[in-house]
Design a protein around this ligand. Structure first.
Ligand code: TRP
Length: 433
């Protein structure tokens, strides 16, 4: 069967940005910024996005486009027998990340539903405690997985690309609206100051550094072959470096704007001491308190807008996680899309019941798969692209121009990127055990 292709450049761009922009940009970025001292974290994050993330993103796209295969096959084609194991790690990461990601996405669906039907909760903390785990969380997680599976069943063009074409512009408008509203609040300035003025003393803080590095990876969807897989559906004439730059820029832009909405709201209502507290739930508890302060009508409207945007962001990311597993089963096992999607989706939904029942296991999975595995995967991928990969053309690939193998990217991928990532990895391992 012929491999599917994106139908347009814009379609690919929005699908890739859809993958990148997710819970990571709004939920994770906000609490990490709060936890790591604000502006300094944001500054380091920008540096990591463009100096470390961008080369790896370009490598993933080039490997995918050059081989037209999903991770396991692509690494085998360009690297020979040892490297497909890395593809296996990618698939495992996708599997584990989606399992807990879908649980968090389920919370957001639940917020949307409850806000629309019964307005703001009286006590945001108690409300969150009530929905975060247990049977209800399982139900909403399964509902979200159903949406994800339904989209991926439609395939690259009719499912993934079409959804992104409709939802991503809507998401941009919603976030811009939220940030504009936040700017009108009394006391917004204090939020901006915390968010944007770096405390230079924090720049050398190793914890802030590693948090910024892992967040750059998670947010750009790197380190597990998602961008590689999306790249495998690109046509030969796609200008990869420019596309990689726009994807990274858009992803950073959305995180920046999300912060411009979140921090003024939180500081304007004097809730700043709460957000850094319990990492996973911070945003889900603190923001509704801010919504409450806005009054019932405005607060409900702003809250709905926020959680609908979050749900959209989550869905367009979740489909990319599932697509890695699905594309691999299709390529490696020869399964049809339908069977592969239902099997992978069903299995991941089942595994996700664990993090839906216990927030502790959710946090653990996030640290393990969402941080450690991604950074490890990205490190190996950089080493692979920098040192070991044959260029697609040498490997018998016909037309692929392979910008990666010409440019200066290779030099970033050879030493600076692996060194930075290895440092981050060591620190992670120290913190984990
Ligand atoms: N980037 C997404 C976010 O910010 C999450 C995501 C989607 C992801 N696909 C990925 C993370 C692949 C790592 C790898 O929420």
């Amino acid at each position: 069967m012929q491999r599917e292709r994106w139908s347009s450049r814009l379609g690919f761009f929005l699908a890739a940005v859809g993958s990148a922009v997710g819970l990571g940009n709004m939920w994770r970025f906000s609490y990490l910024t709060a936890e790591n001292g604000g502006g300094a974290f944001v500054l380091l994050y920008v540096l990591f996005v463009f100096l470390v993330g961008l080369p790896v993103l370009l490598a993933e796209l080039a490997i995918g486009r050059g081989t037209r295969r999903s991770p396991v096959g692509a690494l085998a084609e360009l690297g020979g027998s040892a490297w497909p194991a890395l593809g296996g790690l990618f698939v495992l990461s996708g599997f584990l990340i989606l399992a807990y990601y879908s649980v968090i996405a389920g919370w957001t669906l639940r917020y949307v539903f409850d806000l629309a039907t019964s307005g703001l909760p009286a006590d945001a903390g108690a409300y969150f405690d009530g929905i975060v785990d247990g049977g209800r969380a399982v139900g909403w997680h399964l509902g979200f997985m159903l949406l994800t599976v339904a989209t991926v069943l439609g395939g690259v063009r009719r499912g993934i690309e079409r959804l992104a074409l409709v939802l991503m512009p809507a998401l941009f408008v919603m976030l811009a609206g939220l940030a504009a509203y936040a700017a009108t609040l009394d006391g917004a300035a204090e939020g901006y100051r915390f968010y944007l003025a770096p405390d230079f003393a924090q720049l050398g803080n190793a914890d802030v550094l590693t948090a910024a590095a892992s967040q750059a990876f998670f947010s750009l969807s790197l380190g597990m072959g998602a961008m590689l897989t999306y790249g495998s559906y690109l046509s030969d004439d796609a200008p990869l470096p420019r596309q990689a730059l726009s994807i990274a820029g858009a992803d950073f832009g959305v995180a920046l704007v999300a912060g411009l909405a979140v921090f003024p709201m939180i500081f304007a209502f004097g809730l700043s001491d709460q957000i850094g507290g319990s990492a996973v739930g911070a945003l889900f508890v603190t923001l509704p308190r801010a919504f409450e302060e806005m009054g019932a009508v405005v607060g409900t409207a702003v809250g709905l807008l926020f959680f609908v945007a979050l749900a959209i962001a989550a869905l367009t990311s979740a489909i990319s996680l599932l697509e890695v597993v699905v594309a691999t089963s299709m390529d490696a096992l020869g399964w049809p899309r339908r069977g592969a999607t239902l099997a992978a989706g069903g299995l991941i939904a089942a595994v996700g019941i664990l993090p839906a029942l216990s927030v502790d296991s959710l946090s653990l999975m996030d640290r393990l798969a969402g941080e450690l595995f991604l950074v490890f995967g990205g490190l190996l991928l950089a080493v692979f692209a920098g040192w070991f990969a044959r260029s697609p053309r040498e490997a018998g690939e016909r037309e692929a121009p392979g910008e990666l193998w010409r440019g200066s990217w290779k030099w970033l991928l050879r030493l600076p990127v692996p060194l930075v990532l290895a440092y981050v990895l060591v620190r992670f391992a120290q913190n984990l055990f």
